[in-house]
Write a protein that binds this ligand. Structure first.
Ligand SMILES: [Zn+2]
Length: 403
């Protein structure tokens, strides 16, 4: 394949792709007899984007679920024998859910991903429920329907929902050719054409309302480091970050150690040597809630980006989809135009640069010898950066195959 007259790093050139690899970049390349020729018309050709933190299977399931962003009413009209709701911002017990849907089993996930709320029919399917700390019970010892951090218990108990092919197509429509799946302990790559990096055992999920003690977390970090695995620690509160930093001071830092989310970072310089995987999309999606609900002393330190870069900390953008918006162009707009703590704004180009690094955080560019994971834009890059929008994406190739 020849990509004819595409803009690569500011120059209009041709790009030859052979056997899934960028073979040549330069002006005036001659198509061979069976070469497909794609007219670039001066549009930018960039490496495919890599989302550094999301959850593929949860995303597929969420796309096949009822959005409860604006309440629970949609559950009643949903088709099927069972009803799954996602992105609910409130907290309800089984009695409240029974009033919405008394007969079919209903499960509703809180938008944080930490809490499932079940109606009585859905609870009955799980009886007898084990006595686990995450199973909330009322004064009489009966489950309230709230299950905290019990994805393991629920996994496999309903027929799997969701369509990974559809998720893959959606990713490609944004120009995403690689993802890091941050689901803890995930060992099997979800089957999508995108390049998948698994955090797996590297991911340490801290329960923000029930933090482990220093020794327990230190032991977990030591174990991974001894295997040569840098850790990726989930930190969405000030306390979880301070705990993690104390542990990393004690254990030592391994190149590649990451802070996932970094939702509250009061002192960027304390993170020297770490990578922060941030989600500016949450600011667009939930900014009003944050302004209302986040502690006044935490608010100025919410999802920092520019301040981290200024302190020399490496920052990678991501979506945390399905919990945050998946569209990377929306994430770029959110990072560049945030109204919450505007001093943390960063240029769109800076966010895009982060998306252009691979799952091992190495920068990528369109040069001969690299995998043909490519995105062709309708317009030159400077124009796409002025008004970032998914509509700029014209075509996406993964390993030379168009998706
Ligand atoms: Zn996540």
């Amino acid at each position: 394949m020849i990509l004819h007259e595409v803009e690569v790093r500011g120059h209009v050139v041709d790009v030859r792709v052979t056997d899934g690899v960028v073979a040549e970049v330069g002006p005036g390349l001659r198509p061979r007899p069976d070469d497909e020729v794609v007219e670039g018309r001066g549009g930018a050709l960039i490496p495919g984007l890599h989302d550094h933190h999301l959850h593929l299977r949860a995303l597929a399931a969420a796309r096949a679920s009822v959005s409860c962003r604006h309440g629970l009413d949609g559950l009643r009209q949903a088709p099927g024998d069972r009803v799954r709701g996602v992105l609910f911002a409130g907290s309800v017990d089984r009695h409240e859910l029974d009033r919405v849907e008394p007969s079919r089993p209903v499960r509703v996930q809180h938008r944080s991903g930490a809490l499932w709320m079940l109606n009585s029919a859905a609870l009955a399917e799980l009886e007898p429920l084990p006595h686990l700390p995450g199973v909330e019970r009322d004064g009489d010892g009966r489950p309230t329907g709230r299950l905290w951090r019990l994805d393991d218990l629920l996994r496999g108990t309903w027929p799997s929902t969701g369509d990974l092919d559809a998720v893959s197509r959606e990713l490609a429509s944004y120009g995403i050719t690689g993802v890091t799946d941050a689901t803890p302990d995930l060992t099997e790559e979800p089957p999508v054409p995108q390049r998948v990096t698994l955090l797996g055992r590297r991911k340490l999920l801290l329960h923000d309302h029930d933090l482990p003690d220093v020794d327990a977390l230190a032991a977990a970090v030591r174990e991974r480091h001894a295997e040569g695995l840098p850790v990726a620690v989930h930190c969405v509160t000030r306390d979880s970050l301070l705990l993690t930093l104390a542990v990393l001071d004690e254990v030592g830092r391994l190149p590649g150690d990451r802070i996932e989310h970094g939702a509250v970072i009061p002192e960027p310089s304390a993170l020297a040597g770490l990578h922060v995987v941030t989600q500016p999309g949450f600011l667009a999606d939930r900014g009003d809630d944050y302004a209302r609900d986040v502690d006044a002393e935490d608010l100025p330190h919410l999802y920092p980006y520019a301040g981290l870069l200024a302190a020399g900390i490496d920052v990678l953008p991501s979506s945390d989809a399905p919990y945050g918006p998946l569209d990377p162009w929306e994430v770029m707009r959110a990072a560049a135009g945030r109204t919450l703590v505007p001093r943390e704004r960063v240029p769109v180009a800076t966010v895009l640069e982060g998306y252009l690094r691979d799952g091992d955080l190495r920068p990528r560019s369109v040069v001969a010898g690299t995998a043909a994971d490519l995105v062709l834009l309708h317009v030159p890059l400077a124009e796409a950066l002025r008004a970032p929008d998914r509509s700029a994406v014209r075509a996406t190739w993964i390993g030379g195959l168009r998706h």
